[in-house]
Every structure is written in structure tokens, then in C-alpha cells.
Design a protein around this ligand. Structure first.
Ligand code: URA
Length: 209
């Protein structure tokens, strides 16, 4: 699928299978989510630009690569997006974090924002928006609408599972935002759940059901 990268690393796929199992405990789900998010982060940052810095090792001076540009932003769509943050921040400890509470009103289709916090200079940073489930796509579309209103230009979207319907909806609104996912599942059911999916990601990571 154009604009979608499926992260098919064997460790990602193995961990995802355990996360999907209904008998996996809250503690197990949370631990796996942390592990898998580190691996997903590795892939979503694979092509970041580097610049050369002159450094001194204990032996000599040398030119060596470092990440170019301002610090990355990880933008978590509340609440389930927070489950991906811990593992990602372990890999990129200096990343800035944005929290976005937003949903799309069913009647007006307008994004309703109930929380938004982001670092300055969004227009100069790569913003990686995270939410485990790309289901209808409505909340991620609304979150990215809000980030773009505040100047973000260079955006990627990272999730664990995506439904084909959500991908189509998302790409109709934000064709410039590449999607990274561990799986494109079969479909959405009548309640908006991804099938086969893993259930409600927020409930499973926080034990709220
Ligand atoms: N959100 C979830 O947590 N799970 C789904 O299957 C769909 C949306």
C-alpha cells in the first residue's frame, strides 16, 4: 500500500502475536508494548538525517555522524498513545513529547480538542504521532489537523495495527503523512474495532476492563 510501511521484523511480529492473545495479562501486555514500541521506533527513525561533527576520541580527532536538526517530537494521542511513549523515549531520550486529546465530532465531523500541549517550533521538527490503533482514523486525522494548525509540516504516524478503512480515511485527509504499522488487519467491525485486532488497546494496557 502506498504511503504505508509494514514493519515486518520477526521480533515485532512475534511480540504482536502475544499481545493479540486474549489471555495475555495486563502486565504482560504492557511489557510487550514497551518492547515493541522500541523496535517500532527504531524503524520509524531509520532514515533520519545525519550531519557530521568533529569530535575527539581518546586516540584522535575524527568526523562522526550525529542527528541533524532540532529534537524530535513524539506526539501521543491520549490515552492509548501513552503506551508507546516509554519504549520510544528509552531509544530517543532527548525527544520532546506532545500530548493531544482530541476526537472528531460524529455530527459536524469537526475535530474537538480537549487537551493540547506541544513544544515550540513544531514547524522545524519531525513530529512522530503515536496511537496503537488506526481504526476509523478519525482521532488521528483530528490530532494531525491540530498539529498542522500549530505549524507542524514534517509528520509521520506510527501505530501497532491499522484497518484498511482507517488507512483510506487517513490518507484522504493527510496524504503527506507516511504511516508505519506492524500490521494491516482485515477490517473494522460494526463497533469500530479492528478485526482480528487485539481488543481495546487502552483497556488492555491499563487494565480498565
Ligand atoms: N481502538 C482500540 O483500542 N481497539 C480497536 O480495535 C479499535 C480502536
Amino acid at each position: 500500500m502506498d504511503g504505508v510501511t509494514v514493519i515486518d521484523h520477526p521480533l515485532v511480529q512475534h511480540k504482536l502475536t502475544i499481545m493479540r492473545k486474549k489471555e495475555t495479562s495486563t502486565a504482560g501486555f504492557r511489557r510487550l508494548l514497551k518492547e515493541i514500541s522500541t523496535l517500532l521506533c527504531y524503524e520509524v527513525t531509520r532514515d533520519l538525517e545525519l550531519t557530521i561533527e568533529r569530535i575527539e576520541t581518546p586516540l584522535t580527532e575524527t568526523d562522526s555522524p550525529v542527528l541533524e536538526g532540532k529534537k524530535l517530537v513524539f506526539a501521543s494521542i491520549l490515552r492509548a498513545g501513552n503506551g508507546l511513549l516509554e519504549g520510544m523515549l528509552e531509544l530517543v531520550p532527548s525527544a520532546r513529547v506532545s500530548h493531544i486529546g482530541v476526537y472528531r465530532d460524529h455530527e459536524t465531523l469537526q475535530p474537538v480538542e480537549y487537551y493540547f500541549k506541544a513544544p515550540e517550533s513544531l514547524n522545524e521538527r519531525l513530529v512522530i504521532v503515536v496511537d496503537p490503533m488506526l481504526a476509523t482514523g478519525n482521532s488521528s486525522i483530528a490530532a494531525i489537523d491540530k498539529l498542522k494548525e500549530r505549524g507542524a509540516k514534517n509528520i509521520r504516524f506510527l501505530c501497532l495495527l491499522a484497518a484498511p478503512e482507517g488507512i483510506r480515511n487517513f490518507q484522504a485527509s493527510h496524504p503527506d503523512v507516511p504511516i508505519f504499522t506492524a500490521s494491516i488487519d482485515s477490517h473494522l467491525n460494526e463497533k469500530g474495532y479492528i478485526v482480528p485486532g487485539l481488543g481495546d488497546a487502552g483497556d488492555r494496557m491499563y487494565g480498565t476492563k
